[in-house]
Write a protein that binds this ligand. Structure first.
Ligand code: PSV
Ligand code: MN
Length: 399
């Protein structure tokens, strides 16, 4: 690697931050069941401590995304949670309202045909905006499980219009610094027509909601053959890309660790972002977030793996020679253009990462350092004891 390339990779790493999800540290599973881990977080203090451990080792995860219903107790002062985060060396990031677990959402939230339920869903989002303001979060992240399971079950157009109205009303409640992200997903839990099924629907709804509404791309929320980097490039060009939920998958929304299946795809996504920034002369404001469930892997290890992989791929994508790429594209030199991407993808950025970590007084190998630290052993002993005291997860039963 040349000195200029090293500098480019280091400069990219200086700007790269990725948010961890509180729910990635807790016991999760599939719809068939959960397998418990002694070291999994039990409560918000544990989740924030684990997020703090990831940030202390990687230096690029200063914020933690929270799910309102899972992380805030009713009546609790959100500022107390913000203080807890600070105690663990992190801050509260994106606020995720929960519009899919309560019984009232059986027929949807914003898309429900009952105005009473729609109002309750809107109120929960407005309360989430207030939590965001209290904890200093500038991002409200919205995912809707709404949809129908059978043809004819609902009016697709009426549901669309209900979403337009509610999102517009919610946008009016945002603070001046807050952004609202609209996430899409093709299916699950609805299997006939998800109300916000793809990026085009999310884009239209965000546009109608107001200027601070953008689209959130969850990499697991696409059909297998879909070209995610093309979606990213279009959203960038429309100034509508607000953020990512990163994960990898083989089939659907598998929530596997980033780059475990297809690192080249993540590289291509980052390439579109760097290429856009180079063309426009400005770096787009994008919230990079992780949305993964680690069912078998130890939670913190899987999170560190993800963060390290994201840094590596972001640095590699920063090495693409944009001037050469533009020349190759102008000449329709397909082979040269492709090779320019491949050269960057296969470049060894390990020295750049090691240099960046040393300069930031971080361990050169965050995963090895985590394993060496004894953090998990201590957490497992403490959490196992507390689970026993609380009567949780005993004999395979989840209390
Ligand atoms: C839904 O599959 C999703 O991607 C949404 O972002 C949720 O908030 C998240 O997963 C947590 O389960
Ligand atoms: Mn997601």
């Amino acid at each position: 690697m040349t000195l200029a390339q090293l500098r480019r990779a280091r400069a990219a790493l200086d700007t790269f931050r990725i948010e961890t999800p509180s729910w990635g540290f807790a016991d999760t599973g599939t719809r068939f069941g959960k397998f418990f881990q002694d070291a999994a977080a039990i409560d918000m203090n544990d989740k924030l401590a684990d997020a703090g451990q990831v940030h202390a080792l990687t230096g690029c995860c200063p914020t933690v995304a929270v799910h309102v219903q899972w992380d805030f107790k009713p009546g609790e002062d959100p500022k107390a949670v913000a203080r807890l985060a600070q105690h663990h060396g992190v801050k509260i990031g994106a606020i995720n309202p929960n519009l899919f677990q309560d019984q009232c959402y059986k027929w949807g939230s914003f898309g429900n045909n009952d105005p009473v339920v729609r109002a309750a869903a809107l109120q929960h989002c407005v309360d989430s905006v207030a939590i965001g303001k209290a904890v200093g979060s500038d991002c409200l992240s919205l995912w809707f499980a709404d949809g129908t399971n059978y043809p004819g079950q609902g009016s697709i157009r009426a549901r669309k219009q209900a979403f337009e109205d509610a999102l517009r009303a919610l946008h009016r409640k945002l603070g001046p610094k807050q952004t609202m992200l609209v996430e899409y997903k093709p299916f699950e839990p609805a299997f006939y027509a998800t109300d916000i099924a793809d990026w085009g629907m999310a884009l239209l709804l965000a546009r109608k909601a107001g200027p601070r509404a953008k689209v959130l791309v969850d990499t697991g929320h696409h059909y297998n053959a879909q070209n995610i980097e093309q979606i990213v490039a279009w959203l960038l060009d429309e100034d509508m890309l607000g953020g990512f939920h990163f994960n990898d998958r083989r089939y659907a929304d598998d929530d596997l660790t980033l780059g475990s299946i297809d690192p080249y795809q993540v590289f291509r996504i980052f390439h579109e972002i760097h290429f856009f920034a180079a063309d426009r002369g400005r770096r787009p404001k994008i919230a990079y977030m992780i949305d993964q469930c680690h069912n078998e892997k130890p939670k913190i290890e899987a999170t560190i793996q993800t963060v390290v992989m994201a840094q590596e791929l972001y640095a590699k994508a920063a090495l693409v020679d944009h001037a050469a790429l533009r020349r190759a594209q102008a000449k329709n030199d397909v082979v040269a253009a492709e090779l320019i991407l491949k050269q960057a993808f296969f470049a060894d950025v390990a020295p750049a990462l090691a240099g960046w970590r040393k300069a930031n007084r971080l361990p050169v190998d965050p995963l090895a350092e985590h394993r060496r630290s004894g953090y998990v052993r201590a957490a497992a002993a403490d959490r196992k004891r507390r689970r026993l005291e609380l009567g949780l997860n005993q004999g395979g039963r989840f209390a």
